[in-house]
Ligand binder design. Structure first.
Ligand code: SF4
Length: 305
């Protein structure tokens, strides 16, 4: 990328500031503010892969409820969730997830989801093998591989009996990356398993390049990225996730998504208010990048006049 002098100085400033929050937040003491913390409770890599997939799939809503729900799911799946799914018959024991309910995901949706994972594991041995079947190392992003991966999961559930609400829930759990959704939860899973083990991410899938990852994008992350100039796009969709990732590639071409955990802590830990509150924002390590901070300074200067 050929940058003008101003752009170069801007990239340098963003890099310096992002490195500060990376150092501050990319630490395992913050894992309890994230569903990823639950994955770290498992030591076996097969279990970590499966638990990571289930945990990222249910990573929507309030973090306290997400973690509570995941604890309940993994309690039902026993000590080794992978063994439980490998040994599962083609029909679920009627007692499993019978009373499950998390937001719009009902018992029928999660039961089908588990049966899908069970048959994928039996067919491919691991989620990684299933993903790698359509992986191309010369592609800029993993979006196409993800579309194939998701379609294989959906096809595995095609002939299963599921009620209308359950089907809607299942489509929500496994969104289509060929549509506009940023597919935050799929990209979160990929970040967790592909980025090298650094106390946060797991480094389980070693044959995929970190520069093919896309930032896991939700509305909170999108808002902060607009504020600090990583994108001008106001819509939270897959193209915006790719646009932000491209901006991050100017800062770290090899591992652009390494800043994700740190940037998202600003929102998750409520260190970044919806509107600039001077008492909070003056402590923010990236305030020099933030349009809200700039605007509030202008406003306070105007008020003084
Ligand atoms: S200056 Fe305030 S609003 Fe801007 S990123 Fe920092 S905490 Fe958030």
């Amino acid at each position: 990328m050929n940058l003008t002098k101003n752009q170069y100085q801007n990239v340098e400033l963003i890099k310096r500031k992002l490195e500060i929050i990376f150092k501050k937040y990319n630490q395992n003491i913050f894992l309890n503010s994230d569903p990823l913390g639950i994955v770290h409770e498992y030591k076996n890599s097969k279990d970590q892969e499966l638990v990571a997939f289930v945990s990222s799939t249910f990573a929507f809503g309030n973090i306290t409820y997400i973690r509570k729900t995941l604890k309940a799911i993994f309690f039902e799946l026993g000590k080794s969730p992978t063994n439980t799914l490998f040994n599962m018959g083609s029909n679920l024991d009627n007692t499993l997830f019978r009373d499950f309910k998390y937001r719009w995901i009902n018992s029928s949706a999660i039961r089908t989801f588990m049966l899908i994972l069970s048959s994928i594991l039996k067919k491919y041995g691991s989620l990684e093998n299933c993903f790698l079947e359509n992986y191309k190392k010369d592609e800029e992003t993993l979006r196409d591989s993800l579309i194939h991966f998701r379609n294989k999961l959906i096809n595995e559930g095609k002939n299963r009996k599921i009620d209308e609400k359950g089907n809607q829930g299942l489509q929500y759990l496994l969104p289509d990356p060929s549509k506009s959704s940023p597919c935050k939860r799929f990209n979160l899973f990929l970040r967790w398993v592909i980025r090298p083990s650094d106390g946060i991410d797991l480094g389980l899938w070693r044959s995929i390049h970190t520069n093919q990852l896309t930032i896991p994008l939700d509305t909170h992350m999108a808002k902060i990225c607009v504020q600090i100039g990583l994108t001008k796009r106001k819509i939270t969709n897959y193209l915006t996730a790719e646009d932000i990732t491209n901006s991050l590639k100017a800062i770290d071409p090899i591992d652009p998504t390494r800043f994700d955990f740190a940037i998202s802590r600003l929102g998750i830990l409520k260190h970044c208010p919806k509107k600039c509150i001077v008492e909070i924002c003056c402590e923010c390590p990236i305030k020099e990048l933030c349009i809200n901070w700039e605007e509030s300074k202008i406003q306070s200067n105007l008020n003084k006049k």
